[in-house]
Design a protein around this ligand. Structure first.
Ligand code: CTP
Length: 403
């Protein structure tokens, strides 16, 4: 299954390092080529000899090996690998990865790596919970690194809690999963809408909403990571797509989003419309800043409907195109989402749960139900938005392969 896959394993200084020989063995048994890179601190926990024997290759720790006189190019290694798995990833290494510090060989390979990076943290409970560590993890995830969350359990300190590196078998499963999913949308053209829209009132004011764009951006990133050719039509958002392969079309208003999305949809195989598009815009936009009048304590703004992009695409949709919408409901969620699914002629709708902690516009997590064309409801728990994106892609993929 992993025949010919080139996997770099980076080991840092944590007691969990003693479990990595098992991971190397599992990968080798499946036909992968494994090259181990370790920090000096890691050698206190597991010997290079064990790892070299199991991987069949000398372990690398330095750019220049004084014993053999050999130069180990971090650049070449970074280009060689299909995947770089850093396990265990200590708090120190995560911090350095997040800030781009390269003061050991493993970190120089990290900075040179062209392949995706997976990391499995291992540390004590309080180090893991520290805001600095959490921020570093978020930074790495937002750059596209794949996070293998630590499990809860007994820690080396004797404390019990989160911070225990995931078991080698689980890390192995994640690696297998990665290679299986890597190219599953190859050749597919995908358009994703994300973010809010801003509807101008005058040159300095607009009507907008609180959407950050993160959910749609995670969907675009997940498609790009799985081989799709992605166009992201993005309303005003401070979040960057962080993938060079994603073509971003920045838009401001619902009208601009409508024009960009309908044009791109013509050649698309899949469209996922997650943007929070304004349903109404001011009928006229003032040429100059609207001034307060001393005589009026109130003002009236006449709003007119914007075009419904999802509905328009539902009308234009061809047999071989898949259209996915989102629904934001504050009451009768399932019922209203099903109505949208059928009235807008879409293939699947993602219903955002509202009124619960950890969900909504400004959060990094979300909780959704996915309703398919045949009214099947799939329920999911509260998860980081990148994992929600994976769930959505899984359902899209299943439905494409069933066709
Ligand atoms: N949508 C769209 N164009 C609009 C409004 C909404 O493409 N002008 C899309 C959204 O991107 C989302 C779906 O329609 O995929 C549903 O959006 P939502 O705001 O939940 O519902 P609306 O259709 O706008 O209906 P209502 O506001 O009445 O619930």
């Amino acid at each position: 299954m992993l025949t010919g896959k080139k996997i770099l394993i980076g080991i840092t200084g944590s007691i969990a390092a003693y479990k990595i020989p098992l991971l190397v063995r599992l990968l080798k048994k499946q036909g992968a080529e494994v090259q181990v890179v370790m920090t000096d601190a890691a050698k206190d926990f597991v010997t290079p000899l064990t790892l070299a024997t199991l991987s069949g290759l000398p372990v690398l720790s330095k750019g220049f090996d004084t014993e053999t006189g050999k130069w180990n190019s971090h650049v070449e290694l970074g280009l060689w690998a299909d995947l770089f798995v850093i396990a265990p990833a200590s708090a120190n290494t995560l911090a350095k990865m997040a800030t781009g510090i390269a003061d050991n060989y493993l970190l120089t390979v990290c900075l040179s790596a062209k392949c995706p990076i997976m990391f499995a943290p291992a540390m004590d409970l309080d180090m893991y919970k520290h805001p600095a560590t959490q921020e570093n993890i978020c930074t790495l995830i937002s750059r596209g690194c794949i996070f293998i969350a630590p499990a809860s359990g007994e820690l080396a300190s004797g404390l019990c809690g989160e911070g225990r590196m995931e078991e080698p078998q689980e890390i192995f499963n994640k690696i297998k999963d990665f290679f299986q999913k890597k190219q599953r949308f190859a050749g597919k053209k995908v358009v994703v809408t994300a973010g809010p829209t801003h509807e101008a009132i005058d040159p300095v004011r607009f009507i907008g909403n609180h959407s950050s764009g993160l959910m749609g951006i995670e969907i675009a990133r997940a498609f790009a990571d799985q081989g799709a050719d992605v166009t992201l039509v993005l309303g005003p958002s401070s979040i960057r797509a962080e993938r060079n392969s994603i073509q971003v079309i920045p838009v401001t208003s619902a009208e601009e989003m409508f024009n960009a999305t309908t044009a791109t949809f013509k050649n698309a195989d899949i469209a996922v419309l997650s943007a929070a598009v304004a349903d109404f815009r001011p009928e006229t936009v003032a040429d100059h800043k609207i001034k307060k009048s001393p005589d009026n304590d109130a003002m009236t703004l006449r709003l007119v409907k914007t075009e419904d992009i999802l509905k328009t695409l539902g009308q234009k949709k061809k047999e071989n195109q898949m259209l996915v919408g989102f629904a934001l409901e504050t009451e009768n969620g399932i019922e209203n989402a099903k109505k949208k699914l059928h009235s807008k002629n879409i293939d699947m709708i993602v219903l955002n749960t509202m009124n619960e902690a950890g969900v909504g516009f400004k959060t990094k997590t979300n909780k959704v139900n996915i309703i398919t064309k045949d009214d099947k409801i799939l329920e999911y728990g509260l998860k980081p938005k990148n994992e929600v994106a994976q769930d959505i892609l899984d359902v899209i993929y299943q439905s494409l392969t069933r066709q």
